[in-house]
Every structure is written in C-alpha cells, then in structure tokens.
Design a protein around this ligand. Structure first.
Ligand SMILES: O=C(O)COP(=O)(O)O
Ligand SMILES: [Mg+2]
Length: 229
C-alpha cells in the first residue's frame, strides 16, 4: 500500500502494541490486582486486547471481563491505584521492543526527521519503559495519557506533541497499532501508518483504513527517504 509521505517532517509513535510488546508486564500487574480481590487471573492474550485506551479502561475491563464494562468508580478507583503501584514496580521486566523497531527509529533519526511518542499510557510509566529499552533518546518528547485533557482518539495529545515539535499536522505521520491511533490521526489531519501485530482489541487493523500498513517499523525509513524522489 502506498501513501504520499512527501512532506513528512515528524513521526509520532504509539507505544503499547507499536513500539513495545508491554502486555506481559501489564498482565502481571493486572493479575496481582485481581488476586488481591480474590478474582481469577486473566489470560495474557485477553489482557492484550484490553490495552490501548489508557490504564483506567484496562482496569475497568479486567474487573468486569468486558470491553465496555464499568464496575463503578468505587471499585475502579482503588483497583487502579493498586495497579499503578504494581505496574510501577516492574514496567520493563518482560516487555520488549518489537522486531524492526530499533532499526526503524535509528533510520528515521538519520534522515533528520523529528520523532516523539504519543501514548495513552501514563507518562510516568512510558518514560522508564522507553529508557530501559534504549529508545528514549531518539524521542524529542513523550506525551502520556494524562498530558492532554483528553486521550487518543481525541486530537489533543497529537496536537500537543506537534506543538512541541513545531510541526504542522500535514507534515507529520502517526504510526500506530489500533483504530484509536487511526482516529486520533484523522482527527488531527495527519497521515497514519499501522502495524498488524499490535493490540487493536483483537480486530484486524485494516478495517480502520490506515493510509498504509508496514510489517515492521524497519520499512519506514525507506518510505520516508523516497519522499524527496
Ligand atoms: O492503553 C494504554 O495504556 C496504552 O496505549 P497506547 O497504545 O496508546 O500506547
Ligand atoms: Mg497501541
């Protein structure tokens, strides 16, 4: 699939499911919360489908077993606090960069194109995760789920990142794994490329109609390089 990337000056990346397979550490923390509450653990693959709308939604889904479930604030609030504590203890123990990520990001940096992360994950977890996995230094800024008034798919977090980079939406590319990222990019007026291996609630990402798909981020530098051609 082709996309016109002729004017790209900045690339914004989603984190969970795009740069990092973070589900193993998320699953450990979620299951510790459930164990404290006397609930059965959830399969890692089930938890994987619940990631992408921020930590609060993840916990609401884990407590109810339903994607749109809401156990009520009186149950969600304390469970979320406990989740933050557990996840903060082991944010990068089992989480790994997906194949091609390190190569792709280094290649984009070589082209002199600005890079940033825009995630619905709280920034205090995103920062050490990126640092431990060795890619924080490539990112001009990291926008977390609480850094803008509203999370993706709202355009606010993407706009905040672009403001910090001094780049217009028409000159920026979003790279993500989910319909949330495609929606956020569309709402901001940005092009969006997706990877097929991420979390997207268990759905095929093609159904969200990104401008292009890549098997891995290693393909991106060549796509941007040909932009001048
Ligand atoms: O839901 C999360 O906490 C992380 O989501 P992300 O895919 O925006 O990084
Ligand atoms: Mg994601």
């Amino acid at each position: 699939m082709k996309a016109d990337l002729s004017r790209i000056r900045a690339v914004l990346y989603d984190l969970d499911g795009t740069l990092v397979d973070s589900a193993p550490d998320l699953a450990v923390a979620v299951n510790r919360v459930l164990a404290d509450l006397g609930q059965q653990p959830r399969e890692e693959n089930e938890i994987r489908r619940w990631v992408g709308n921020g930590a609060r939604r993840l916990i609401m889904r884990a407590l109810t077993g339903e994607h749109e479930g809401d156990p009520g604030d009186e149950h969600t609030d304390p469970a979320l606090e406990q989740f933050f504590e557990y996840y903060g203890e082991r944010v990068a123990e089992r989480s790994r960069l997906y194949p091609g990520v390190a190569e792709g990001i280094a290649g984009v940096a070589e082209l002199g194109i600005a890079q940033a992360v825009v995630t619905n994950k709280p920034r205090r977890f995103a920062e050490p995760l990126l640092e431990t996995l060795g890619i924080r230094r490539y990112m001009a800024t990291v926008v977390g789920g609480e850094c803008a008034p509203v999370k993706k798919p709202d355009p606010a977090p993407l706009r905040l990142a672009l403001e910090r980079l001094g780049v217009e939406p028409a000159q920026a590319l979003m790279v993500g794994d989910s319909a949330v990222d495609v929606g956020a990019a569309r709402n901001t007026g940005m092009k969006v490329i997706c990877v097929p291996y991420g979390y997207n609630a268990g759905n095929a990402i093609e159904d969200a109609f990104p401008d292009a798909m890549v098997k891995s981020l290693a393909e991106i530098p060549a796509m941007l390089r040909s932009r001048a051609a």
